[in-house]
Design a binder for this molecule. Structure first.
Ligand SMILES: C[S@@+](CC[C@H](N)C(=O)[O-])C[C@H]1O[C@@H](n2cnc3c(N)ncnc32)[C@H](O)[C@@H]1O
Length: 457
């Protein structure tokens, strides 16, 4: 129940933006609760939600009847699905358009304003392990959450960075697609909580519009010629949406695309120059307020020199050879005893990024090889590429929740020593080490469930 009323100036502006009947239905829609929805991870095993109604523009998105307690569901911690607001999933549809225009070529995609990871994990699923997804977030605390969500999702071709948008201009032409899901005044989130309503002001919408222009122009050079910009906000006002895009088209050489969507999706087309944006109004779609547009860059960036410096061949320790399913697709590198695998095809791109950006995650961290021997990394357990070579211990949901709280499972004498993968409903959750008389729980401490679990539930 939200007590904070809708801001008066916001209502006055929307009254001018919508015709009278629409305005009344728009305002009424704010009395309804927001609709929970999830997007499934096609690389993991989660079937419970697929019985629900599908989000029309995303094959893996489903509207739920009520919001479950995600923290108490092991599949959520396994990255088997992501709770994502339905309107945002339209990104899938735009990626389909780009894929067609690019004749199915593998794409390098930058998600510039990435945390907590809704769009980045969607992009990762869309790419199916081909191409590259770089998920960036400038704010440190949020970047940590982004990293956690990306690791849980398990894509082998993802990089997480924590850099200012201007740092990406030092990688001219590196990306085929750039997603700017810009920080905004959040009018589309007014159904979700009081904070967005309280913090809204006309002045703040102007402040957001200026910041959005800066983000766009600072990072523009990282997009290649004929590359694609997907620009989105969760707000309704023209300053942060169509006016910003008109500004971009005046300042840079960019063309806006004409997007056609089926009428029964309930999406509103907003004319912009020769193309349009898509606006999601809560009285017309099943989802929150959202705006998105697709542009194509029509100018070349400064020339991008690929890093062709010879890489020294590395000798991969024997115990790391059988850890992943398709070892030949990857190059291996070691940093501070941690061995990682990275898609061979994008190793030069990774090296360029290492020079300009602050990297928090890249590819598949496999594990450390130190004095005590090999210790697998948690990210390996979550990866789509993790092989079946570790023995697996399948736990019940109650046991899995205890594991996720940091408790060790009970050992059976018949089990050999060494590392075991823990799974629940066939989704992997992490590692334990059997040291003979007990298991050591290797689930990352900072990700443990802290909520009290009622064993009678
Ligand atoms: C709308 S949210 C992104 C949501 C995310 N794309 C998703 O789908 O989960 C916008 C993000 O931009 C970040 N941000 C804030 N100021 C920024 C700036 N100056 N440059 C780039 N990103 C910024 C915020 O921290 C926030 O995480």
């Amino acid at each position: 129940m939200i007590n904070q009323p809708l801001p008066e100036d916001f209502l006055l502006r929307m009254q001018q933006q919508l015709d009278k009947d629409e305005f009344n239905s728009f305002v009424e829609s704010f009395a309804n609760d927001s609709l929970p929805s999830v997007r499934l991870n096609p690389a993991k095993k989660e079937e419970r939600f697929s019985q629900y109604e599908q989000v029309p523009w995303c094959p893996h998105g489903f509207y739920l009847k009520e919001k479950p307690v995600f923290t108490l569901d092991p599949a959520f911690h396994a990255g088997a699905y992501y709770p994502q607001e339905g309107s945002s999933m339209v990104l899938w549809h735009l990626l389909e358009i780009i894929e067609k225009e690019e004749n199915g070529r593998a794409l390098k995609v930058l998600d510039l304003c990435g945390a907590p990871g809704g769009k980045s994990t969607l992009i990762a699923s869309f790419l199916k392990g081909e191409g590259l997804v770089v998920a960036n977030e400038v704010i440190q605390s949020r970047a940590r959450i982004l990293r956690e969500n990306i690791i849980k999702w398990g894509a082998p071709n993802a990089v997480v960075t924590q850099s200012d948008p201007s740092a990406f201009a030092k990688l001219p032409g590196l990306f085929d697609v750039m997603v700017v899901d810009a920080p905004c005044s959040g009018e589309g989130m007014f159904r979700k909580g009081e904070v967005a309503r309280r913090e809204w002001s006309v002045e703040n919408t102007r402040h957001c519009a200026v910041r959005q222009r800066r983000i766009l122009s600072d990072s523009w050079d990282s997009l290649r010629e004929n590359g694609w910009l997907i620009y989105s906000t969760c707000t309704f006002n023209p300053e942060e949406n169509e006016e910003n895009l008109k500004w971009l088209m005046d300042e840079k050489r960019a063309e806006i695309m004409k997007l056609e969507v089926p009428d029964d999706w309930g999406i509103t087309s907003v004319e912009i120059s020769d193309g349009n944006g898509l606006a999601f109004y809560p009285h017309k779609v099943r989802g929150e307020g959202f705006f998105v547009a697709l542009l194509q860059k029509k100018e070349s960036p400064r020339s991008f020199k690929t890093n062709s410096a010879k890489r020294k061949p590395v000798k991969l320790p024997q115990e790391l050879r059988s850890l992943i399913r398709n070892p030949d697709r990857y190059t291996y590198f070691e940093r501070n005893e941690l061995w990682s695998a990275f898609p061979e095809k994008y190793m030069n791109a990774l090296q360029s990024m290492q020079k300009q950006l602050y990297l928090l995650h890249a590819g598949i961290p496999l594990g450390t090889v130190g004095r005590k021997g090999f210790v697998p990394d948690h990210a390996l357990a979550m990866s789509w590429e993790c092989s079946d070579n570790f023995p697996e211990l399948e736990l019940s949901e109650a046991e899995a929740l205890r594991y996720l709280k940091g408790e060790p499972p009970v050992t059976e004498e018949s089990l050999g020593r060494g590392f075991f993968l823990i799974s629940c409903n066939r989704n992997r959750l992490g590692f334990v080490k059997n040291v003979g008389n007990r298991f050591n729980n290797l689930y990352p401490k900072e990700w443990r469930i802290r909520m009290r679990i009622n064993e009678d539930d």
